[in-house]
Write a protein that binds this ligand. Sequence first.
Ligand SMILES: [Zn+2]
Length: 81
Amino acid sequence: MGIFDTVQGKFFCPFCGTKLEDFQTKDLDPLLNVYKFTKKAHGSYPSVEIHTFCDKCKSGISLNVARQDLTLIKGAVSHEL
Ligand SMILES: [Zn+2]
């Protein structure tokens, strides 16, 4: 396995507050696509779990974001739910 998509966005580590910008997810295709997170969804949508690792506090971070907030910026296929 080891195949994943990348999600770029601006989030803060829930433990130490460090800015985190690159996440990985296996909830989408996954086809090594790159998605940009822009907050725009309102209400309840299917969510995507994204993961990263905070180098400052050495914590694994998992967040849930709305699928509608992710825009494909690099890759061949846009996965629509
Ligand atoms: Zn941290």
